[in-house]
Write a protein that binds this ligand. Structure first.
Ligand SMILES: C[S@@+](CC[C@H](N)C(=O)[O-])C[C@H]1O[C@@H](n2cnc3c(N)ncnc32)[C@H](O)[C@@H]1O
Length: 371
């Protein structure tokens, strides 16, 4: 494909991504896979270049881009980030059609619009009032690929050596003692080191979260929002497979995804348990460990605003009301965790959101904890 034809492909996909976000349809990555399945002429390099450009555009465009024609959104991106792209319009047979004056005027208007959805920027500033803009801009870049080394099976140096033998130059991560970093886009799932359960993909922040729990061999740990088990696997590794880790989630299909991952890593101490979404019923479903768990981990459902580097189109799927709904669920989960942990035990709470609900009263939260 010519560079200009790739730009046209990104314009097509932008339109699909905005429509899907409005209708809670497929994520951008799956839309891209579907697009390529219908265009076999797109080679491996074309696909990678189109995906990379699409995701960069989604990271950097103002929120109202979804209300403009995708050609205008692309032009706004070109003007603010990569001016050379503007020359693609009208350049060859597969290129986007030549620009109209009105589109150029609309692109200028779009670039003056705020980056984030209404209500979200305010919540952001409440949370990060010291330097909100800087924190926000950190999410417009591409995330590095972070790996957790399974130290129950190897050392960090051992994993680096195995990856080097497979042609991948990993570096130790800065904060996690069992983390590695690779340039974004490295294909880790096809390595033998991955197949042997020596490494898994996990953000460094999640690794530190697991470490902060203080899980040790022989403990009873409840992961109340285990999902596909990223944190559960990190905790089981720190327990060296000894003890009891109950990975819970109301979404059975997510928990099911933990099963092969646990087998691959040899995490034998993990027990999966589908629980109700209601906090009172959760305590009943965990009656066998209620009041006895050494650690309860609450990796709570949230708006996911902290994941926009990896899921940039999620910006078009979040609404200010979601913060309030998530905060209610989060408070209920902390209440449930307080009834499951043993006296003197530990609750570890985390979210991947940068927003804070307005006027959340710590007194109200404390009274829920006591209940
Ligand atoms: C942030 S994700 C968890 C990610 C997971 N811990 C990991 O490391 O891969 C939040 C999870 O909370 C679950 N969830 C949603 N509502 C819940 C509720 N009321 N009680 C417990 N879990 C809930 C979701 O199904 C989702 O899997």
């Amino acid at each position: 494909m010519t560079p200009a034809a790739r730009t046209q492909a990104v314009i097509d996909l932008l339109g699909d991504a905005f429509q899907a976000a409005e209708q809670q349809g497929l994520p951008a990555d799956m839309l891209a896979s579907r697009y390529f399945a219908q265009r076999r002429y797109a080679g491996k390099r074309d696909r990678q270049a189109i995906r990379d450009l699409l995701f960069d555009v989604l990271r950097r465009l103002p929120y109202s881009a979804a209300y403009y024609p995708p050609r205008v959104a692309m032009l706004a991106y070109a003007r603010s980030q990569t001016p050379d792209l503007e020359a693609h319009f009208g350049s060859d047979g597969y290129a986007p059609a030549a620009l109209q004056d009105e589109e150029c005027r609309d692109a200028v208007r779009l670039l003056a619009e705020p980056l984030d959805p209404p209500g979200i920027s305010d919540a952001w500033i409440r949370r990060w009032n010291h330097d909100a803009a800087q924190e926000r801009m950190a999410l417009t870049g591409r995330a590095a690929l972070c790996l957790r080394v399974n130290i129950a099976r190897t050392t960090r140096d051992g994993a680096m050596a195995r990856l080097a033998a497979e042609g991948l130059a990993a570096e130790p991560s800065l904060l996690s003692p069992f983390g590695l970093r690779l340039p974004a886009g490295a294909r880790i799932e096809s390595t033998q080191a991955f197949a042997d359960g020596l490494i898994d993909v996990q953000d460094e922040a999640s690794q530190i979260f697991c470490r902060a729990a203080g899980a040790e061999p022989g403990m009873t740990v409840v992961d109340l929002c285990a999902g596909a088990g990223g944190k559960s696997l990190g905790l089981a590794m720190l327990m060296a497979g000894h003890g009891r880790l109950i990975a819970c989630d109301p979404a059975a299909e997510r928990l099911e995804r933990l099963r092969p991952r646990a087998v691959r890593e040899g995490a034998d101490c993990i027990e999966r348990r589908v629980i109700p979404a209601d906090a009172d019923q959760q305590v009943a479903a965990l009656a066998d460990v209620a009041g006895q768990a050494d650690i309860v981990v609450v990796d709570a459902p949230c708006t996911g605003t902290g994941t926009w580097r990896r899921n940039p189109e999620a910006r078009w799927r979040v609404h200010a009301g979601d913060i309030i709904r998530a905060a209610d669920t989060q408070a209920a989960l902390i209440g449930a965790a307080a009834r499951i942990v043993r006296p003197g035990g530990r609750i570890l709470y985390g979210v991947c959101s940068c927003c804070r609900r307005a006027k959340t009263s710590s007194r109200a939260l404390r009274s829920r904890w006591r209940a």
